[in-house]
Every structure is written in structure tokens, then in C-alpha cells.
Design a protein around this ligand. Structure first.
Ligand SMILES: *Cc1c(COP(=O)(O)O)cnc(C)c1O
Length: 425
């Protein structure tokens, strides 16, 4: 996009900010440029639309609205109620849900509220181990989830690097957890939610999923959507769902009251209604037919990238991807620890995060691999042929990980490549 257009957009939206606080302004602009000049492969990130951005920057931020629509502890909420109801109704339609609480501030607090609704301190629940793809809030010992509750961590099958449903069933029969959590943060394959429902039913456990990463794919019907038949489902709104930073909790009629009470007054005070408005906008976007195409393209792109990476000798955990995310074993492929791989790619203008691979012998701070995904670059309009090109940039950067001048050259190529795919102008 032209410089002229860029300035027009900024002057429209950040005029007062630029004048009053040029220092803060400049870093905001620099960050926008970084996002536009680089290749964003962090699978938990995305680019929101101008409409979502605009909704976040509104006077709704000024309002206190503790409580729920029509049951507020503050006056002056007639329009806020309309906004929150709009978000709730759209969320329910999008995920075929009986109930939606749109107030959780982010994914971690949403999980905390869900646990508070379903468990007492000390109760036993199942989550996938962090180093094998689970989230911190799924029972890691440093997190509230591992400190307050008796978290039993299930693992993957070491041979296939996949979920082992029979082993989870056996473990559930032995441990009798009160709740079983599925849904992950670094798992490249489809999740058999129906099987999880069966396992939960067989031992009388609450059936919960955290679809933070794959919510957009579930909403679009690209990945199985567990919401209609799970007890409780949490999700962030800012990953594949492409909304503002925030979260939603879905549940059945049976859990409705407990979930709402756990969010407020159990955990949070005033909801962020400017973000609720942006959630409503994002849900409207996700209800459009174009969102389905977007979700399908995420998957096509991931498969194209995976194929090219593997052809170039990189080992992907589980031998590829089903959807949007890949774990690259940089240690085995290039004898490169994940941290060095992440840093080399950053020097080349390609952003990813280092990540443990299943049964990693290295620590999370400096693990054996990196995690990459296609949601953000798909939002920018990139397709399969661009994926092949990006894969080649990645391989080249990893091959020259210790050569700063070569990485600089790759970065120049990356910047040139990105020009065609400006998103914010
Ligand atoms: C990202 C993520 C979260 C946490 O979301 P935050 O908004 O960062 O608190 C929770 N669960 C899973 C599976 C995630 O991937």
C-alpha cells in the first residue's frame, strides 16, 4: 500500500495520540510496521479487521457494568446490555451453543472460571502435559491449575506423537477424575472430541474442552465443534477466531448458572465492554460465508507449507499437520535448539516461537523445536504458492542460523515479499 494511504489511516485514527504522546505513538507505528514487513507464523496470533480494531477503541471502555444484561450493579447500562446481548446471541449461533458467557478477559481467566464452576480445590482433573502440547492452565505445577487442583497429566503416545485415547480411557478408569480437559496449544492433529465425550461418560467426569487455538476452525466447520455436546467449552477470541484479545465460555443449560457465577462475582469485576463490542463484531465476521473460506484456506496453507518443509528435510512432529499448526523438530532436523532457530528466524523477519516437542529432553526455555502456523498469513491473503516460498525462507534461515549477514539478506527478501500483502494501510 502507498505511503499516502498509510498516513491517511493513521491521521484518521491516531491524531490526538500522535500530537499528545509522540513517544508512545512512534512505538505503536513501529509495531504496525513490524507486523506488516514480517511473516507472522505464531499460530496463536492473528490480524483483526479494521471493524474489530475500531470497536475496541470506543467509549464503551468508560463504562462499569458489573453483572449481566438486565441485572447490573451500576446504572446507565441500557446500551451496554444491547451490546453484550448481541455478542451472546452471535456467539451462540456461531457455535451452536445453549449458553455463552462473553465476559472472560482472556483464555486463562476463562479456564480459571470454568474450573471454579466445576471443581473444588483439591479435586482431580485431567489435562495434557504442557511439554506435549497442553496449556499452562491445564495443570502445570507453576500455574494456579496445578497448585489449587489435583492435576493428573496425560501424555501422547511416544511412537506416534499422537493422543492415545485407549490409554486416556484406562487412566480415567484408574484415577476417576472429576473433569477431563481436552483442547490444546501445540497439537498439530485433529482431536477426537466424540471419543473424549465417551471417555467422560464412562467414568462420570465433566467433559470440558479448551478450543482457544482452533475456535475459528470449529466455528467454520473445518474442525469438529465440541460445543453442542460438551458440558463446558472455553475459548479465546483472538486466535483463529480473529477477534479481540478475550475469551468466551460456552456451556449447557445445566452449567449456565454455575459458569456465570464463577465469572462474576467469583473471579472478575467489571467486564471490558469495548472488547465485548469487538467480540460481537468478530462473531458477525465469522458468521459470513467468507470466514468459512478463510478457515479452509488456513488448512490448505498449512498442508502446503508442511509438505514443502518436509521435502526440504525438516522433521515435523507426528509427520505433518491436519489443520493449521506445525511443530518443527529443529534439533533433529538441523541440530539447532529451538531458541536459536527462533532467533535466527526473527533476524530474517519471520516470527515463530520456540516450543517443546513431545518427550523433549530439553527444557521449555530452550527446547528442541519451534511452533509455526498459518492463521495470520492466511488473513493477509497468502495462498499455497506463498506457503512454499515461506517454507524456503524458513529452511534458508535455519541453514544460515549463525550467519547474520545472510539472515539480513533473507530479511530483505522477506520484506519485499510482504509488500504485496499489506493488511493495515
Ligand atoms: C492461548 C491459550 C490459552 C490462554 O489464553 P490467554 O488469553 O493467553 O490467557 C488457554 N488455553 C489454550 C489452549 C491456549 O492455547
Amino acid at each position: 500500500m502507498s505511503e499516502q494511504k498509510k498516513q491517511k489511516q493513521h491521521s484518521m485514527h491516531l491524531n490526538a495520540l500522535q500530537q499528545f504522546d509522540p513517544e508512545a505513538y512512534q512505538w505503536i507505528i513501529k509495531e504496525q510496521e513490524r507486523q506488516m514487513h514480517g511473516i507472522e507464523l505464531i499460530p496463536s496470533e492473528n490480524l483483526v479487521s479494521q471493524s474489530v480494531l475500531e470497536a475496541m477503541g470506543t467509549v464503551l471502555s468508560n463504562k462499569y457494568s458489573e453483572g449481566y444484561p438486565s441485572k447490573r450493579y451500576y446504572g446507565g447500562n441500557e446500551f451496554i446490555d444491547e451490546i453484550e446481548n448481541l455478542a451472546i446471541e452471535r456467539a451462540k449461533k456461531l457455535f451452536d451453543a445453549k449458553h455463552a458467557n462473553v465476559q472472560p478477559l482472556s483464555g486463562s481467566p476463562a479456564n480459571m472460571a470454568a474450573f471454579f464452576a466445576a471443581l473444588e480445590p483439591g479435586d482431580k482433573f485431567f489435562g495434557l502435559k504442557l511439554t506435549e502440547g497442553g496449556h499452562l492452565t491445564h495443570g502445570h505445577p507453576v500455574n494456579f491449575s496445578g497448585k489449587l487442583f489435583n492435576a493428573v497429566q496425560y501424555t501422547l503416545n511416544p511412537k506416534t506423537e499422537l493422543l492415545d485415547y485407549d490409554a486416556i480411557q484406562k487412566l480415567a478408569e484408574k484415577e476417576k477424575p472429576k473433569l477431563i480437559l481436552s483442547g490444546y496449544t501445540a497439537y498439530p492433529r485433529a482431536i477426537d472430541f466424540k471419543r473424549f465425550r465417551e471417555i467422560c461418560d464412562s467414568v462420570g467426569a465433566v467433559c470440558m474442552a479448551d478450543i482457544a487455538h482452533i475456535a475459528g476452525l470449529c466455528a467454520a466447520g473445518v474442525h469438529e465443534n465440541p460445543v453442542p455436546y460438551f458440558d463446558i467449552v472455553t475459548t479465546t477470541t483472538h486466535k483463529t477466531l480473529r477477534g479481540p484479545r478475550g475469551a468466551v465460555i460456552f456451556c449447557t443449560e445445566e452449567w449456565k448458572e454455575k459458569i456465570d457465577k464463577a465469572v462474576f462475582p467469583g473471579l472478575q469485576g467489571g467486564p471490558h465492554e469495548h472488547i465485548t463490542a469487538a467480540k460481537a463484531v468478530a462473531f458477525k465476521e465469522a458468521l459470513q460465508p467468507s470466514f468459512k473460506e478463510y478457515a479452509q484456506q488456513i488448512v490448505k496453507n498449512a498442508k502446503a507449507m508442511a509438505e514443502e518443509l518436509m521435502q526440504n528435510g525438516l522433521r515435523l512432529v507426528s509427520g505433518g499437520t491436519d489443520y493449521y499448526l506445525m511443530l518443527v523438530d529443529t534439533m533433529k532436523s538441523k541440530n539447532l535448539p529451538g531458541k536459536e532457530a527462533e532467533q535466527a528466524l526473527e533476524k530474517a523477519g519471520i516470527y515463530c516461537n520456540r516450543n517443546t516437542i513431545p518427550f523433549d529432553t530439553r527444557k521449555p526455555w530452550d527446547p528442541s523445536g519451534i511452533r509455526i502456523g498459518t492463521p495470520a498469513i492466511t488473513t493477509r491473503g497468502m495462498k499455497e504458492s506463498e506457503m512454499k516460498e515461506i517454507a524456503r525462507f524458513i529452511v534458508k534461515a535455519l541453514d544460515h542460523a549463525k550467519d547474520d549477514s545472510e539472515l539480513k539478506k533473507i530479511k530483505a527478501g522477506v520484506q519485499e515479499f510482504c509488500k504485496e500483502f499489506a493488511f493495515y494501510d
